[in-house]
Design a binder for this molecule. Structure first.
Ligand code: UDP
Length: 698
């Protein structure tokens, strides 16, 4: 070994492998470690995998004229962060870096135009092909199906009758099943339909009732809603259902009114959007006097026959809520919020997200993700504290690594390459929040924990943004960067107190938590903005909170910003039954001398201790699991992380089986008011299967 690795060096390898848990090794050997295709023998160990990724991603620095020495330094940093499990890129990057499969990103949004094929390659069957290519290599795809003409509409070329968007979604679903992502990862899709579409009721019911365990099993579905619509829900007023077919009226500029009517657009950004759309087409100049109100636009839309019928917004909303309660779908996407807080809003309107919602993207964009393992940044024995410096250093190299992925990526299609390189979006996220909180002694469902989330996400955003400015200094800004039109998200981030007031919680964070996070209060965002204007920005978005379904297993921590799912459980495997127990929980049991097999067995039966009267109250408070945390605290954490995030926040609001539909309704309403970009709930046991399997903990 000394001969191969250099004297004593092999010891590092061994020690680093010891950081990997049994489950991590299982996942790695099953799907990540490279094998010889002929003999099926492994040709790499976990450390060799991290080395492969580090080498491959540092090598692209050559394009920017870096010396061998600089590249070597960067490689070592990348390797160090990954092998110490402080940061991991998303699955496709780990699996495909340096191999023949070249897709390294997890998230894609593809356009679907109302035509079989088009010369731009964005017709229904063009997109179907694009989707298959992305799935084959482990990416997830999102689509807005609202451009498709409704069921029963006329097909001019055949004089036939259109079958509607939902029927086309079924084809996408079957293709997903067939491709199965090269056997390594299941295909995942997000299907979106905007609430104005006249087939919206079919869409809402596409995965409910008898269909819920049968139809569109490879899709998460979400209804795109607008502030206009949500206001009408609150007031119980009617909204129009519109056909997307009647939006182009040759020889008039009425189509713009109808587009506006259709989108129930929000006044704050409608003007900018319409103007930039026109600018792009190089056509008519629509002066300000022609910017009409939604009601005026609707009047024209009605006159032109674009409105099929009116329906009470409440009726639609109730159906959405019922569906979600029944089987988890549909979720909501808040289209106005997504676009208001899209930093490069001037490039067009975002209509859809990737499968789990953390990436609202323009058509043809892709984004690669990576997440920091927060648990690693709790230090101290007697007195625990957060290692802010270590965190900042990891953020810096993580952003560099993610940015390099854009150059190292082999894109499945030219349009995706162009779309991605134009904005260079990257998504730095987190995992292990729940375990970090436990180590700090803060219960997840407390005002302190939400405050901590708010401050921590602010810190991460600041440093990720700073890293992107530094990269721009070194390598240039993203091509579509416009220093005057770029919109800082922190100008519209809601204050912490506002979040609490929406949920009606009347409590203030403790002095201890304020002390613990006081470094965040000294961050100077206006200086950051000045730097951005002076030096530019490398990535149009930098942060995104992904579910980390698999990489959190590799890192051996809790997933994303979710609370713990279970403290102990029994796993049936081929060679027998194993009891698995959360190591942090076991530590606590030891402290109270409760670490005997009887206690552990009892806990494993239910997975929780919150209602166990024989457990010390500290343990009961600190180890609340997903179904014991109230919906308000789930949503509050999501809202806190969304305020310091230029993309989206993936979160499942886990509800107990017995929660009524009213809880879903409340959660969806609160989410809108909290400025969340998208929301999904899942009521325990409401489905027999889930769209995405989060690792093997099922
Ligand atoms: N994804 C997918 N198939 C899967 C899981 C995930 O296509 O089975 C995509 C999807 O776009 C999702 C993204 O990967 O939103 C990130 O998921 P996650 O963080 O769970 O991925 P990980 O990197 O942990 O595997």
């Amino acid at each position: 070994y000394n001969h191969v690795y250099g004297k004593g060096k092999w010891k590092d390898f061994d020690q680093k492998d010891l950081l990997l848990s049994y489950n991590a090794l299982k996942v790695l050997e099953a799907r990540y470690l490279l094998k010889d295709p002929n003999t099926l023998r492994y040709i790499e160990t976990p450390q060799m995998m991290f080395r492969r990724v580090a080498k491959f991603l540092s090598n692209v620095e050559k394009i920017y004229g870096k010396s061998e020495e600089e590249i070597h330094h960067i490689e070592e940093k990348f390797y160090e962060k990954m092998s110490e499990l402080k940061f991991l890129p998303n699955t496709p990057t780990l699996m495909n870096s340096g191999t023949r499969l070249g897709i390294l990103s997890a998230c894609f949004v593809l356009p679907v135009k109302d035509s079989m094929t088009t010369s731009q390659g964005d017709g229904i069957y063009d997109t179907l092909r694009a989707m298959a290519l992305v799935h084959q290599q482990g990416g997830g795809t999102g689509f807005d199906f609202s451009e498709l003409r409704p069921k029963g509409d006329i097909v001019a070329s055949t004089a036939g009758v259109a079958s509607g968007p939902v029927s086309f979604m079924k084809i996408f679903d079957v293709s997903t099943d067939v491709v199965k992502q090269g056997g390594k990862r299941r295909g995942a899709n997000m299907g979106v339909m905007h609430v104005w579409h006249s087939d919206i009721e079919d869409f809402i019911h596409a995965k409910t009732g008898q269909l819920k365990d049968v139809q569109l099993q490879n899709f998460n579905i979400s209804v795109g809603v607008y502030d206009y619509f949500m206001d009408k829900v609150e007031k119980g007023e009617e909204v129009p259902l519109i056909t997307p077919r009647k939006t182009k009226i040759p020889g008039t500029d009425h189509d713009y009114y109808i587009v506006k009517a259709r989108n129930y657009m929000n006044e704050e950004w409608v003007q900018e959007e319409i103007l930039s759309e026109l600018e792009e087409k190089g056509s008519v100049y629509l002066d300000e006097s022609k910017i009409v109100t939604v009601d005026e636009a609707l009047y024209i839309a009605e006159k032109e026959g674009a409105i099929i019928r009116w329906i009470n917004a409440r009726t639609i909303f109730d159906e959405i809520v019922k569906g979600a309660w029944d089987g988890g779908d549909p979720g909501l996407l808040f289209i106005d919020e997504i676009n208001r807080r899209h930093p490069v809003w001037y490039l067009g309107k975002i209509q859809a997200t990737n499968p789990c919602g953390e990436e609202p993207l323009l058509s043809w964009e892709s984004c690669n993700l990576g997440s920091i393992n927060l648990e690693k940044f709790v230090k101290g024995e007697e007195k625990v504290y957060v290692d802010w410096d270590g965190l900042a250093d990891t953020i810096k190299y993580a952003v560099r690594l993610l940015d390099n992925v854009i150059d190292a990526n082999r894109y499945p299609l030219k349009q995706v390459e162009d779309g991605t390189k134009r904005t260079r979006k990257v998504g730095l996220g987190v995992m292990g929040l729940a375990r970090m909180l436990i180590k700090l002694g803060i219960p997840y469902d407390s005002v302190d924990a939400v405050y901590f989330s708010y401050q921590l996400s602010k810190f991460i955003y600041y440093h990720a943004f700073k890293a992107s400015i530094e990269l721009a200094r070194e390598k240039g800004s993203f091509p579509a960067y416009d220093p005057t039109r770029y919109r800082e998200i922190w100008d519209s981030s809601r204050p912490f107190d506002y979040l609490l007031s929406v949920t009606g919680i009347n409590e203030t964070p403790s002095t201890r938590i304020k002390e613990l996070t006081k470094i965040v209060d000294s961050l100077d965002f206006s200086a950051l903005k000045k730097d951005r204007i002076t030096f530019g920005l490398r990535n149009s978005t930098v942060v995104s909170i992904a579910p980390t379904g698999t990489i959190s297993i590799i890192a051996g921590t809790s997933s994303s910003i979710e609370p713990l799912f279970a403290l102990a459980f029994i796993r049936n495997v081929a060679v027998g039954k194993f009891m698995e127990i959360d190591p942090l929980f076991l530590d606590y049991l030891r402290r109270y001398e409760l670490d005997n097999s009887e206690v552990v067995k009892k806990v494993a039966e239910t997975g929780t201790v919150a209602e166990n009267p024989f457990m010390p109250s500290t343990i009961r408070k600190l180890f609340r699991t997903a179904h014991e945390v109230s919906p308000e605290f789930h949503v509050l954490h999501q809202a806190a992380w969304q305020q310091w995030n230029d993309s989206g926040t993936s979160k499942t609001i886990n509800l107990r089986t017995e929660e009524p539909p009213e809880t879903v309704e409340k959660v969806y309403m609160i989410a809108w008011k909290l400025g969340i970009k998208g929301i999904t709930i899942y009521r325990d046991k409401s489905k027999s299967q889930q769209v995405i399997y989060f690792g093997i903990k099922k």
